[in-house]
Design a protein around this ligand. Structure first.
Ligand code: DAH
Length: 353
């Protein structure tokens, strides 16, 4: 029996030395040293020996088992560190590589545009002011030289408030333009005026270039000896600052009730580069033959000055006003060919900015 034990132990030691991975080592341990192993079966047979033999063979058996277990532990340690080493080779991490940054949010395009516009005009002395977005007919129309029954009013597609009218100021409206700020600013009685009034406007219109709630900015300058050249200089300053040196403007004679003379200010289209056609020949959806209408401008009408309590003999001025969203969409590098996306909840298009 003792010989059998010695022989088994020798075999096991040899086999152990040849094991190359942790999986085989585990099966080896179960198979050769476990409860159902041949070695264990031999140990169970010790009881049948004489007390003398049982003692010596038993001691030797324990000794052999101890040795094999020690060799097994040593093998386990060797293979585990080799496995960790192999992992370090294939799975190493460079802790100095920068992490993956989560996408950062930013202000809505309209808010960005408002900040840019404010900064551009601030540089030439225009202060941003705010006037009501729900206002009286007087400020939105009447004081701007548009009497109650005048057909020009139809162009403003106005929303009227369901509220009692004022005897002098008329009905309440959702301001259809920022021009309501003109006479309100004059009423502050601080001259000269250089204001930029930016706020929400409302009109019953919706298509690729109109939304019912939008923003306008209105410039008003009142001073002595103001001429059209001053207006042109201010518009050019804005066009260069906001659109970049590659965009050009033109003034077209026009008619507004609250300015005389009046103009429409156009800028070359940034989507089609002023050609009116997209790559592949399709018609540009945003502009008309390469030109985009920015908005209106002109020299403040004497009747408007009078409505604001200003003497037109002494003072004069110019005004201009147009949409913030449209203006942003015309900026080089901005690709919005349908303005309505700005006020949908799906902001995926904003990732380009
Ligand atoms: N308020 C006009 C509009 O909404 C635009 C405009 C035209 C504003 C001429 C002005 C101006 O200040 O002088 O269509």
């Amino acid at each position: 029996m003792r010989e059998k034990l010695e022989q088994l132990a020798e075999e096991m030691t040899g086999e152990l030395a040849g094991i190359k991975d942790l999986g085989s080592l585990e099966s080896f341990e179960v198979e050769k040293l476990g409860r159902k192993s041949e070695f264990n079966a031999l140990l169970k047979g010790l009881g049948a020996l004489s007390p003398e033999e049982r003692k010596t063979v038993g001691m030797r058996a324990n000794e052999l088992k101890g040795k094999i277990q020690a060799a097994l532990e040593a093998k386990k340690a060797e293979l585990s560190s080799a496995a960790a080493g192999a992992l370090a080779e294939t799975e190493w991490i460079d802790v100095t590589v920068p992490g993956i940054r989560p996408p950062r949010g930013h202000l809505h395009l309209t808010s960005q545009a408002i900040a840019e516009i404010t900064a551009i005009f601030r540089r030439i002395g225009f202060t941003r002011v705010r006037h009501p977005e729900v206002d009286w007919d007087w400020y939105a129309f009447e004081s701007l030289n548009m009497p109650g029954d005048h057909p020009a009013r139809d162009e403003w597609e106005t929303f009227f408030m369901d509220a009692p009218p004022d005897a002098k100021l008329g009905k309440m409206v959702l301001t259809p333009h920022t021009s309501n700020g003109q006479v309100r600013e004059m009423e502050k009685k601080v001259l000269p005026i250089r204001m930029i009034n930016i706020s929400k406007c409302y009109r019953r219109q919706i298509d690729v270039s109109h939304v019912p709630m939008f923003h306008q900015f209105e410039g008003l300058l009142i001073d002595r000896k103001v001429s059209v050249t001053h207006l042109k200089g201010v518009l050019d300053h804005f066009a260069r600052s906001f659109f970049g040196p590659d965009r050009v403007t033109r003034l077209r004679p026009f008619h507004f009730r609250f300015t005389e003379p009046s103009f429409e200010v156009d800028i070359s289209c940034g989507i089609c580069g002023g050609t009116g056609r997209l790559e592949g020949g399709a018609k540009c959806r945003l502009c008309k033959e390469g030109w985009l209408e920015l908005g209106g401008a002109g020299m403040v009408h004497p009747n408007v000055l009078k409505a604001g309590g200003i003497d037109p003999e002494e003072w004069g001025g110019f005004a201009f006003g147009w949409g913030v969203e449209r203006t942003k969409a015309m900026q080089s590098g901005v690709r919005i060919d349908d303005i309505r996306v700005l006020y949908k909840s799906d902001f995926r298009f904003l990732r380009q900015f």
